[in-house]
Design a protein. Structure first.
Ligand code: DI6
Ligand code: FE
Length: 415
């Protein structure tokens, strides 16, 4: 035991969690899940200031330190949903019915349904209505241990409405315990009024829209749907160049329905992530590995579209591309607002291990958002901590539908 003096910070902890098993997800700890059993963790000012075997705790002021026993249960990093489109209005249940009768996602999009119908519904709602809709969804994620969520725009598709969506997302971040990161996805789909004029629409995205978004500091990153039903590789490049001019990191909806070399392109811009990537090839994987671009897998969309083409998981592992998992929560291809369900699907549909899946919603999801202060439990990191009633961390991927969350601290606070 270390003896400490009166000035030692150990006298000044805001909370000490004892009797915990901790899945730190820290790669520098050799055990599976970076696990430390019989452990304790101390928080001061929203940051983890001590973590280790309980037997190694320094002497601290027992009377002055708020303490909580984890009762032998598990702590993990707060979960991170690094790819969501949760700011939308309306429902696409009828389209779901059509698809079940054999109409394809691309056919529906070509007929003016799909994303365009959500755009019409979202344009029709004001800030307040969108706030309420999105808050409910954020609450659902929060209830299952999610502490950081990325929210994309992309259902406005004009200056006014893209700005509105991002403003509401920023407002949610200020009014909800979850930390919200925003991504400008003006190039999500071609709005109906630009039919046949996609290059002109890209001009609007790169100039007016992005200028407004940047001026009001509404976006943390820029994304493009690089696809047959979205935008070409060349158009995606234009948007990435514009983002670069404003020092915004880029990410890409890449290789979801076909191979448009979007992953190589986003890697060329040292992008944060290439997402979906069912049709990714080896050259794309290599480019991502070289650039440190994260592979974000979206099993909900794969499942909901009843896709059969698997992302190249073995190649991603072979080239050590970090793999994240996310909900892609959206009304068209993944109306599934549960990151825990995605963890289960990551294992069942993509054959990831529960440990890889947990890394996918913590350490690697943080990387996919360019965040270095979370995703791993260790000293110096944000105290974003989920406390679970489980006897093994694999239970988080194995079981679904019974909520095992006991506590969720975000920046050291329970809400
Ligand atoms: N890929 C997707 O899966 C979603 N957006 C995208 O670029 C679909 C969005 C929608 O259909 O509303
Ligand atoms: Fe998406």
């Amino acid at each position: 035991m270390t003896t400490i003096t009166a000035n030692d910070p150990a006298n000044d902890w805001d909370l000490l969690i004892t009797d915990a098993n901790i899945a730190t997800m820290d790669c520098s700890i050799a055990a599976p899940y970076g696990a430390i059993e019989n452990a304790a963790l101390a928080i001061r000012k929203g940051v983890i200031v001590w973590l280790g075997k309980q037997a190694d705790l320094p002497k601290f002021d027992v009377l002055a330190t708020p303490m909580l026993s984890a009762k032998g249960q598990w702590l993990t990093p707060g979960l991170i949903d690094c790819h969501s489109h949760l700011m939308f209005a309306g429902s696409r249940a009828e389209e779901f019915e059509q698809r079940l009768q054999g109409v394809s996602y691309e056919q529906i999009a070509a007929l003016g349904g799909g994303i365009a119908s959500t755009v019409a519904a979202t344009r029709a709602e004001d800030h307040e209505a969108l706030f309420v809709l999105a808050k409910d969804r954020l609450n659902a994620l929060y209830a299952e241990g999610v502490s950081t969520v990325e929210i994309k725009s992309g259902y406005g598709l004009d200056c006014e409405n893209e700005v509105k969506i991002l403003e509401v997302a920023r407002l949610l971040g200020e009014n909800h315990p979850i930390d919200v990161k925003t991504t400008f996805l003006g190039a999500h789909a071609l709005p109906l009024e630009y039919k046949g004029r996609s290059d002109e629409y890209i001009d609007l995205v790169c100039n007016e829209m992005l200028e407004q978004v940047v001026t009001a500091n509404l976006a943390d990153a820029v994304d493009v749907f690089c696809e047959n039903v979205g935008f070409s590789n060349e158009q995606t490049r234009r948007v990435f160049n514009a983002a670069k001019k404003h020092n915004l990191p880029v990410k890409c909806h890449a290789e979801q329905l076909s191979n448009q070399q979007g992953a190589q392109l986003v890697a060329e811009f040292n992008g944060l992530s290439a997402d979906h990537i069912e049709h990714l090839d080896e050259a794309g994987v290599k480019a991502m590995a070289a650039a440190g671009t994260v592979a974000v897998l979206l099993p909900g969309a794969f499942y909901f579209l009843r896709e059969t083409k698997q992302p190249p998981i073995e190649l991603l592992k072979q080239y050590q591309v970090p793999i994240a998992i996310s909900t892609d929560f959206n009304p068209g291809t993944s109306p599934l607002c549960s990151l825990q369900l995605m963890m289960n699907m990551g294992c069942t549909l993509f054959r990831l291990t529960p440990e890889e899946t947990l890394a996918g919603v913590t350490r690697n999801a943080a990387k996919a958002l360019g965040l270095t202060d979370r995703g791993v439990l260790k000293v110096g990191m944000r105290a974003d901590i989920a406390h679970w009633q489980i006897s093994h961390p694999a239970q988080l991927s194995y079981q679904f539908g019974v909520n095992k969350l006991l506590n969720l601290w975000i920046l050291g606070r329970l809400n």
